[in-house]
Design a protein around this ligand. Structure first.
Ligand SMILES: C[S@@+](CC[C@H](N)C(=O)[O-])C[C@H]1O[C@@H](n2cnc3c(N)ncnc32)[C@H](O)[C@@H]1O
Length: 323
């Protein structure tokens, strides 16, 4: 039976959704190790889309939320349980029971609850993605970018700190949703058979058009920004940058701010969803707003506040001199 989780309740209690304050990895208390890690900046890399999409979906079990398919995390964890000695982030996050290990694993395996706040906001605000260039920054599962793709965005780029997240979570999610959508829009015969998507991905042939509008990157923000700006592939700045649960750590604010400043189109807009405060890590909306104000490059406005559980909000960020 398929999990069709569209209710508030089922979203909050669902297994992969990190809906409370993040559990911080042990490294937080290892001051020396942490400061060394801060110096070691994760290099940027573009992940090409494999020709054989069946390989991307191999060994994956899919779940559904809000009509979006996503990889079942416990199966990925099981497949990587043997990597414990190789320092893989999946086994490290499982064995340390951590949602975040600063500088090592930045939380992209799970779907964080502000992702759903932002998806709700897209429909409430009737946000238009048609023909827009979109970046899902700190994408994790990539659901925000997938919604933008469905909204007919011209191009969608996905970025996560960890390359394992891109390979094991983001890419499979994007591929699975692109396939489902192209099947839905396919022949009349396919349309009539309105079965829910299968948990076991079916055989894929060719590459759906939606997928050709995507690119995938891993690495630390300033490195990814440099890679994009210095690449010889054509690059145009983003009309829309979507980012959820990415301001938990004040140590990263400078890199995040400069990345937004370098990659956003002069009339573009950032939609940021966040908890107001991240207990145990220290960041949150007030601190980030203050940081932005001091830099004097962007203006911010809170467009929605969510008061259930830990207070959360949606912020819009645009250049001060944008029209
Ligand atoms: C808590 S996760 C949120 C994932 C996803 N946006 C969601 O809402 O489910 C934070 C995301 O930001 C990215 N991230 C955090 N700090 C980063 C940094 N310094 N450089 C690059 N990416 C970073 C992580 O890779 C991860 O994808």
């Amino acid at each position: 039976q398929h999990k069709q989780e569209s209710t508030e309740k089922s979203r909050k209690t669902d297994d992969p959704v990190a809906d409370s304050s993040p559990k911080l990895g042990a490294d937080k208390h290892q001051d020396e190790a942490t400061s060394k890690k801060k110096l070691c900046v994760k290099a940027a890399k573009e992940h090409s889309i494999p020709k054989d999409l069946n390989k991307v979906l191999e060994n994956k079990v899919m779940e559904t939320v809000l009509d979006l398919s996503y990889v079942k995390l416990s199966v990925v964890e099981m497949m990587h349980s043997g990597d414990a000695n190789s320092g893989g982030i999946v086994s490290q996050s499982v064995s340390s029971h951590s949602d975040l290990i600063p500088g090592v694993y930045e939380g992209g395996l799970k779907i964080w609850e502000c992702t759903f706040d932002l998806i709700d906001y897209f429909s409430e605000a009737e946000l238009e993605f048609t023909n827009k260039t979109v970046l899902d920054l700190g994408c994790g599962a990539g659901l925000l970018g997938i919604v933008a793709l469905r909204g007919k965005a011209d191009r969608v780029h996905f970025q996560d700190y960890n390359s394992t997240v891109i390979d094991e979570i983001t890419l499979p999610n994007v591929v699975a949703n692109c396939i489902n959508d192209s099947r839905r829009m396919g022949s009349g015969k396919d349309r009539k058979a309105s079965k829910p998507p299968s948990k076991r991905p079916r055989k894929v042939e060719g590459s759906p058009d939606m997928l050709n509008r995507c690119r995938f990157f891993s690495g630390e923000w300033s490195q990814v920004s440099q890679l994009l700006l210095s690449s010889n592939k054509p690059f145009s700045k983003y009309d829309i940058i979507l980012t959820s649960e990415t301001i938990y750590n004040p140590d990263y604010y400078s890199a995040l701010h400069d990345t937004l400043a370098q990659l956003l189109d002069k009339n573009g807009c950032v939609y940021l969803a966040s908890k107001v405060h991240y207990f145990g890590v220290g960041g949150g909306t007030y601190l980030f707003e203050k940081f932005i104000e001091e830099k004097n490059v962007f203006r911010t406005s809170r467009v929605k506040t969510i008061d259930q559980g830990l207070q959360r909000c949606i912020m819009e960020i645009a250049f001060k001199d944008a029209c």
